[in-house]
Design a protein. Structure first.
Lengths: 327, 344
């Protein structure tokens, strides 16, 4: 494939999987005629028909529950959250029925569902459209939570998510849809449970995901000019965490900085740090530094919004500070 | 006590049922009644725990609807008051009882409990504990049938889904949202409201601006009927028509069955709000006694045959308790089993 936009990579994943398996279908608000709010399902209804690319009324909890029922009876639904924040309205169906039903039913039913769409803080979209639901949903048993960050991993991960028999919450980022990248022409799938080592380094481990991966890499570019050598890991799987890859890096650098877009309280970082302390405390030379969003509703004002989320210069500072520690 | 709604009339004489059909309906209702009576006994003996909601009084609804379907092939979706729907759908009494005892042999392997009976084999989509949350799931199963038929070209896909819920659920958004989608897409589903007049302690009339729930179908362009939920033949007749409509691709039906629960909301409910006169009025409409009288009057059965059925069912229930008692607890080493799809 030539240079491919992020949204086109996602579209290709959906298209290929719908072609590959007729039980795969898409449902959600404006996924059909309109083509999806970020064009991820553009024109697919022309190829697959209106049942396989189902425009739903604006009834998030009910169409999510419908997808659960369809999945229990053998279909493989992909729900698009027009904005992932809207799925707060579907919290009950996602938690009680998508997440817990396999267990509660004693293994009677499987729920092979993908719930995907744009999350994260965009550009002055206001608080309701700037949510990071991964933090809220991480406590639900039975859900897998995945965040993609590049056109390449978006495509390979989404294909795997569609083939997975578990309910997968699949987070895209509202500001990444126009990233471009050369993609392989041949089909590929990527594992849902593997973190990606984006930059190998030895000084400090930066654990991050989604759009913050790009902030971390911007910081790394600045830092390497001054002779710093950070390792950057994109978590990819937010639940379960890939503690194997994380552990290998901690054993190498002995210093960890978490960079996330969720709010600090109850965020992905909170769980990540607790897991690192549980498993690798003896490997740490310093307490983990956590860079997270402010604990506030995301403000509309551009300058305030910028202050709400972590910026590359804060990552640079944190690395400098941590490397300067004498241990 | 508020004015009672007049139960819709039903001409039982117009219904032709065979002796075998009559006895089958009777047996299913007796199974539901005896099972629940045994649950109450076992609950007070400390054999089952948590919230246990019994179905006594409403048997004609479960039996009338599910016996008008193809059990094991069509789908059934229930609520927290789900034991008897499970039994009518064909889940063996011992598996339901073992689930209530929390045993590994329960239909949900002891993970679900009273409010979460499931059986993929019997196409029981489950008991759903939160009010109205099963309605979207059932709607999805019905969508699946339409999808198989129309998107995948599977001509054998003609299954119908029955979705049971109570009057309390009919004031919840999921009810309205799903009626809209089911009518819009002509899904093969029957929504069965078991209007037993009370959502725990909230009287139906105090909770809704239009107490005649079946009328709510009309705004969606959907067929809506009210039926005497204490008359198994009336329920069965309404369900038969709805099943035909669904199976032939003509879309959903909302059936409002006027019924009554003979016990409190759950076994933990002191049941002090319902008036004695109201209870007595409904006790006198006991669907099992009513149908027994009908069978005898129509010469479809005699007392001895009915007694024989009761003895047979009593033996089934006794056996269910025995199996539940003697079954193993779930293995503690399998605490995490079934969280993910990989655990078979």
């Amino acid at each position: 494939m030539a240079e491919t936009f992020f949204f086109e990579a996602l579209r290709a994943a959906v298209d290929e999987e719908m072609e590959h398996d007729p039980s795969v279908f898409v449902l959600g608000e404006d996924v059909g005629h309109y083509g999806g709010s970020y064009k991820v399902t553009k024109d697919l209804y022309k190829k697959y028909g209106e049942l396989r690319v189902l425009d739903t009324p604006i009834a998030e909890n009910s169409f999510t529950g419908m997808a659960v029922g369809a999945a229990m009876t053998g279909l493989r639904p992909i729900i698009e959250g027009m904005n992932m924040g809207f799925l707060l309205l579907a919290f009950n169906q996602i938690a009680n029925n998508a997440g817990m039903l396999r267990y509660t039913s004693g293994g009677n039913f499987k729920i092979p569902i993908v719930i995907r769409g744009p999350g994260g803080v965009g550009k002055q979209l206001g608080a309701e459209h700037s949510q990071r639901l991964e933090a809220y949903f991480q406590a639900v048993p039975g859900l897998r939570i995945v965040a993609c960050s590049t056109p390449y991993n978006a495509k390979g991960l989404l294909k795997s998510a569609i083939r997975d028999d578990n309910p997968v919450l699949f987070f895209e980022h509202v500001l990444l849809y126009n990233l471009k990248e050369e993609l392989p022409a041949a089909e590929y799938l990527l594992p849902l449970n593997k973190a990606e080592v984006v930059r190998q380094g030895k000084d400090v481990t930066i654990l991050t995901y989604s759009r913050m991966r790009h902030h971390a890499m911007q910081a790394a570019k600045i830092l390497e000019k001054d002779g710093y050598d950070p390792e950057v890991i994109d978590l990819i799987s937010l639940k379960p965490l890939d503690l194997e890859t994380i552990g290998a890096s901690v054993r190498k650098t002995h210093r960890v900085i978490v960079v996330e877009e969720t709010m600090k309280t109850g965020g992905i970082g909170a769980e990540l740090i607790a897991s690192i302390n549980d498993r690798f405390f003896d490997e740490l030379d310093a307490p983990v530094i956590r860079l997270a969003s402010q604990d506030i509703p995301t403000p509309y004002n551009g300058a305030l919004e910028r202050l709400t989320i972590v910026q590359p210069e804060q990552i640079v500072e944190a690395v400098q500070k941590m490397v300067a520690l004498q241990v | 006590m508020v004015q009672e709604r007049i139960l819709p009339g039903f001409q039982a004489a117009q219904v032709q049922i065979t002796k075998a059909e009559g006895l089958c309906l009777y047996e299913d209702m007796v199974l539901g009644r005896f099972f629940e009576d045994k649950c109450a006994e076992m609950y007070y003996l400390g054999k089952m725990f948590g919230f246990v909601h019994l179905y006594n009084g409403q048997e004609a609804v479960s039996t009338g609807v599910i016996q008008a379907m193809r059990p094991g092939e069509d789908y059934v979706c229930s609520t927290y008051r789900d034991h008897v729907h499970a039994l009518s759908a064909g889940v063996p009494a011992k598996e339901v009882m073992a689930e209530l005892f929390g045993k590994a042999t329960g239909c949900s392997k002891g993970r679900g409990g009273s409010m979460h009976m499931f059986s993929a084999e019997h196409r029981l989509l489950g008991g759903y504990a939160f009010v109205a949350e099963g309605i979207p799931v059932a709607t999805g199963a019905a969508f699946q049938t339409k999808y198989r038929r129309e998107a995948l070209g599977d001509e054998t896909a003609d299954q119908v889904t029955a979705c049971f819920f109570g009057d309390g659920a009919a004031n919840n958004g999921q009810f309205f949202e799903c009626l809209n989608m089911a009518a819009l897409w002509k899904l093969p589903i029957i929504y069965v409201v078991e209007n037993n007049k009370w959502a725990i302690g909230m009287a139906h009339e105090r909770a809704t601006s239009q107490p005649e729930i079946y009328k709510k179908a009309s705004v969606f362009g959907m067929a809506g009927v009210e039926v005497d939920g204490m008359d198994v033949l009336a329920v069965r007749a309404a369900a038969t028509e709805a099943v035909e409509r669904a199976r032939s691709g003509e879309g959903p039906t909302l059936i409002e069955a006027l019924t009554y629960r003979f016990r409190g909301h759950s076994l933990a409910d002191p049941d002090t709000l319902r008036a004695k006169a109201e209870k007595e009025l409904w006790f006198a409409r006991d669907p099992i006694k009513k149908f027994a009288a009908y069978l005898i009057e129509q010469n479809l059965a005699d007392q001895e045959e009915l007694k024989a059925i009761e003895r047979k069912i009593q033996a089934v229930i006794d056996e269910a308790v025995k199996v539940a008692e003697s079954s193993p607890e779930p293995d503690p080493s399998e605490l995490h089993r079934f969280v993910f799809a990989e655990d078979e």
